[in-house]
Ligand binder design. Structure first.
Ligand code: ADP
Length: 455
């Protein structure tokens, strides 16, 4: 467990410190006064000037007290850290107590300064950039790594953080930290080839702690993986087209030996599967690279839904399900029509594939003013809840044999997830084994477009 470094407790140390009783020293002063008055009284009595001698004795006592007061004041004002002048009586006690309490505080202060120094030097030694900003987003402190990773220099103290880290993604993140709880990855502002992961933590009243670290290596490895999948999928395309072309030509031969025909039919179904796999891999890689995707098209939802419904009916011929279509929203979607159609179509074909013959499948588009919902409901084989968290992973299948047999690539839901992410949407799945499943794509209001402009 994390043990915080012990911070000196001023109040507790203060209580431990016990002040000497002033009364004991006051008694010394009273004794001295009594002594002066006694001497003055005796001398005055002997000389016949009792009153004058008593007054002179009192005046002398007063003079000594004023001198002590002067020395105390002079020490406090000019040399409070030196050893105090040696005084007797109440002033001496006062001085001693002030001096002792001051020394005590200096020890506590030194402890605090030591602690701050240690914390600061460990932050300075960190390879991660650490930046503190105040309520006005001005930089209060930054370690040397902040200069290397983010270009924030010592002289930037007092400058607004957003005037230095000006990437729109960072500004968007700064204004809504909760949206990306793990922080964001951006290009380093001082080296275009470097990537930094930035995480902001609010503290105090609107201050922020920024921590950033270099993720270039991870980013490069990730990019290498994406490029590899992308390249290999492209490379596979040409040989696959040639193969499937020949296979189709052979199958179409009228005088083909029935034994060969069966073999060619199997080759055809496998090349089709491979084609589907390659196409899905290419689509996924395009989605991941965020390239060539126009996310601002207005997608005519009634037309898209009808198109998907027609395709579903064509696909359903072998399954004989009852298909229903419900459109209960005036909203269209803003996004990329190709990708959205592909994601929705994956959800529909899954419902058809994973429902035993003669099932009921409902496809719907509706809204609740704040969100738009694309929903596919089936009464098919359903999914054990333990599989739900991993369902959108690539090649994750509940039942691999069944998926392959139905021509699945294992990438359908991964594509759905990526397409939805690109549109600020997410997937909700409800399923009961042997009863059926409901897949719901939930779109935020920003991606909805009111057709009759009533909104
Ligand atoms: P696949 O190509 O195997 O269908 P998907 O990524 O589309 O790959 O789906 C992943 C897995 O989720 C499937 O293999 C299947 O087990 C399960 N699944 C998807 N949709 C449904 C559904 N409507 N009913 C039951 N299981 C489903």
């Amino acid at each position: 467990m994390y043990e915080p470094y012990p911070v000196p407790d001023l109040a507790r140390d203060h209580k431990k410190f016990r002040y000497s009783s002033l009364w004991n020293f006051a008694k010394q002063d009273l004794k001295l006064l009594f002594f002066f008055l006694l001497i003055g009284g005796l001398v005055g009595y002997g000389m016949g000037y009792l009153a004058s001698c008593l007054l002179a004795a009192f005046a002398f006592f007063l003079f000594l007290q004023l001198r002590s007061l002067y020395l105390v004041n002079e020490w406090i004002s000019n040399r409070p850290y030196d050893v105090p002048p040696n005084l007797n009586g109440i002033w001496g006690a006062l001085l001693f107590n002030v001096y002792r309490s001051q020394r005590q505080e200096r020890v506590v202060q030194a402890d605090m300064v030591g602690l701050i120094d240690r914390a600061q030097s460990s932050l300075v030694a960190l390879a991660e950039a650490v930046v503190l900003t105040d309520e006005l987003n001005q930089i209060e402190w930054a370690n040397p790594a902040a200069e290397k990773l983010l270009g924030i220099q010592y002289l930037d103290r007092g400058r607004n953080l957003l005037s230095i880290l000006r990437q729109p993604r960072f500004i968007e993140y700064f204004n809504d930290i909760d949206k990306s709880p793990d922080g964001i990855k951006i290009k380093s502002s001082i080296n275009d080839e470097h990537y930094v992961q930035i995480k902001l933590t609010p503290f105090g009243s609107d201050s922020h702690l920024l921590v950033a670290y270099d993720v270039t290596r991870m980013q490069n490895l990730e990019q290498m993986r994406k490029d590899f999948v992308d390249n290999i999928s492209h490379e596979l395309r040409t040989p696959l087209t040639v193969l499937s072309g020949y296979v189709e030509t052979f199958i179409d031969q009228e005088d083909i030996n029935p034994r060969w025909k069966r073999a060619f039919e199997q080759m055809q179904s496998q090349t089709r599967r491979m084609n589907a796999l390659v196409n899905d891999l290419l689509l996924l890689s395009r989605l991941e690279n965020d390239k060539q995707i126009a996310k601002n098209q207005i997608i005519d939802m009634p037309s898209l839904m009808n198109q998907l419904f027609d395709d579903a009916q064509a696909y359903n011929v072998d399954y004989g399900h009852t298909l229903n279509l419900n459109i209960d929203s005036h909203y269209d979607l803003i996004g990329s029509d190709m990708e959205i159609a592909s994601a929705f179509s994956n959800l529909i074909t899954n419902a058809i594939k994973y429902t035993p013959r003669g099932g009921i499948i409902s496809i719907g588009w509706y809204d609740d003013q704040d969100h738009g919902y694309f929903m596919v409901e089936d009464n098919g084989i359903g999914i054990d809840p333990k599989h739900l968290p991993r369902l959108t992973e690539r090649f994750y299948r509940v039942d691999s044999a069944r998926s392959r047999q139905s021509g699945g690539t294992g990438l359908g839901l991964a594509i759905v997830k990526h397409v939805l992410m690109q549109h600020g949407a997410h997937l909700e799945v409800d399923s009961i084994e042997n009863k059926g499943s409901t897949f719901k794509a939930v779109f935020p209001k920003q991606h909805l477009y009111c057709v009759d402009h009533a909104d």
